[in-house]
Design a protein around this ligand. Structure first.
Ligand code: GDP
Ligand code: ZN
Length: 458
């Protein structure tokens, strides 16, 4: 158990109808009782009860706010310590003055993530769950939120634990054969190693395969909007974002910088990048923008290639169509409110109908069709109904890659007559690595790094 008592504002700062000051630790109830005025003495309160009253400044006697105080006694609380939550009126002033008076009466200011860190240290959650809390706070869309929530409930841990169990049993089996070599079962053992390591390896690979999808859900699909100057890229970005972040102008080539916008499109997070028009250019400033947009194209998960319905296909566009046809590209034929000059049949040669969308960014027409095309491209149904266990965390992914490598080493070695006690090292290493996802034997610096990513009050 951690000895001192910590406090922080647990809700987002800014306009809201209520705000919460969270206090955790052995002195939590005592500390709040010193500054809380109500009919009942908080020290007598039983666990999981709510109390109405006022927070006062005992020194001046001033009433700071009318509040509800919730008492949750150890171990049935978020941190597994005594926790008191004070719900104050919203707005910065009330909640800050309440926090201040709590800090003056026995609590210290919590570091970012310290509540979750205590939950971990007190054994209430494992490390994968703690990290999921970070993702939960940060997740930008409903779907990413669901994934993070599933993980915080331990979905990933539930998959890792039996994998480690299988490895431990294998190690035990190998151990027996090292201790009793006269049984001469080395060949049998090699087969058992291949079988068991192979089974765990398949699960690791499956988790890694879905990691990409997890990354997309958490960070957003990197969506690059390309096209010639004046095709309507910035207008499209604005229509999608429904706010004017990119500058729209009539002079060709004025959007020189990449403008970024995060949006949620029927639950799918997109990171939209508006690029400078792609075309051969001699103007230096514009060329920088153009080069940057080529770079952005390489990184893109999704490409929106904007063509102008009102102009014949340009040579640059022909090149782009060809260059991007094997990528996740949707052709956006923009300006359908203007007469058609574009030869659509040329586009149709390389792109099936569900990858061509007709719209008017200016009039906001056809945006829904684009949204449908994007969602059917990325979420062919199986995400919503399927298993939402995605590995969405860079540290987990790195550890899974490491586990994959040591499992492959063990399998190769077992086929190559390598002494079994050497193979055993690989298996033990895999067990360790997978344990890192759960936070077994996590060193202090790793913990600090993880928990410092939290915002205050979590
Ligand atoms: P960008 O250079 O590709 O980013 O193009 P912009 O978004 O800056 O648009 C260039 C011009 O085309 C602006 O004058 C827009 O108002 C106009 N524009 C964009 N979309 C449409 C559209 O759907 N219909 C019409 N009529 N004009 C559009
Ligand atoms: Zn633009």
């Amino acid at each position: 158990m951690v000895e001192d008592t910590i406090a922080a504002i647990a809700t987002a700062l800014g306009e809201s109808s209520i705000a919460v000051v969270r206090v955790s630790g052995e002195q939590a109830v005592d500390t709040v009782a010193k500054v809380f005025k109500s009919k009942q003495d908080l020290r007598q309160a039983s666990t999981h009860t709510v109390h109405y009253g006022w927070i006062i400044d005992p020194e001046s006697g001033a009433v700071l706010d009318e509040v509800l105080v919730t008492v949750m006694k150890a171990p049935r609380s978020f941190t597994a310590e005594d926790v008191v939550e004070i719900s104050t009126h919203g707005g910065i002033v009330a909640v800050k003055s309440v926090l201040e008076v709590v800090l003056r009466h026995g609590a210290r200011m919590a570091e970012p993530g310290e509540f979750t860190k205590r939950a971990f240290l007190n054994g209430r959650i494992d490390l994968a769950q703690a990290e999921a809390v970070i993702d939960l706070i940060r997740s930008k869309s409903d779907r990413a939120f669901q994934v993070a929530r599933r993980q915080s409930e331990g979905a990933l841990s539930k998959q890792i634990i039996p994998m480690r169990q299988q490895l431990i049993e294998l190690l035990a089996h190998v151990e027996v054969n090292i201790d009793y070599p006269e049984h001469d079962v080395a060949d049998v053992t090699a087969g058992v190693i291949r079988e068991n390591c192979g089974a765990v390896l398949n699960q690791v690979k499956e988790l890694l395969k879905r990691a990409d999808e997890g990354k997309i859900l958490r960070e957003g699909i990197v969506t690059v909007i390309v096209g010639r100057p004046n095709a309507g890229k910035s207008s499209l970005l604005n229509a999608l974002a429904r706010e004017n972040k990119a500058i729209v102008t009539d002079i060709p080539g004025t959007t020189r910088d990449i403008v970024e916008e995060s949006i949620s499109l029927s639950g799918i997070p997109l990171r939209l990048l508006d690029t400078a028009g792609i075309r051969e250019t001699s103007d230096t400033v514009e060329r920088i923008g153009v080069e940057r947009s080529h770079g952005a194209l390489n990184e893109a998960d999704l490409i929106l290639l904007v063509l102008n319905n009102n102009e014949p296909l340009h040579e640059d566009e022909r090149k782009l169509l060809n260059q991007l046809k094997d990528r996740s590209t949707i052709v956006v034929v923009n300006k359908i409110d203007l007469p058609r000059q574009l030869d659509i049949t040329e586009v149709q040669k390389d792109y099936p109908p569900d990858r061509i969308v007709y719209l008017s960014a200016k009039e906001g027409k056809g945006i829904e069709e684009l949204e449908n095309a994007v969602s059917s491209m990325f979420l062919s149904g199986d995400v919503e109904s399927g298993d939402l266990t995605y590995v969405s965390n860079a540290r987990h992914i790195a550890l899974l890659h490491q586990a994959k490598a040591s499992l492959e080493d063990a399998i190769t070695a077992s086929s190559a007559q390598i002494p079994i006690d050497l193979i055993q090292i690989d298996i033990a290493a895999t067990w360790d690595t997978l344990g890192g996802i759960l936070g077994d034997a996590a060193g202090d610096s790793l913990l600090d790094q993880i928990f410092s990513q939290f915002c205050l009050g979590k």
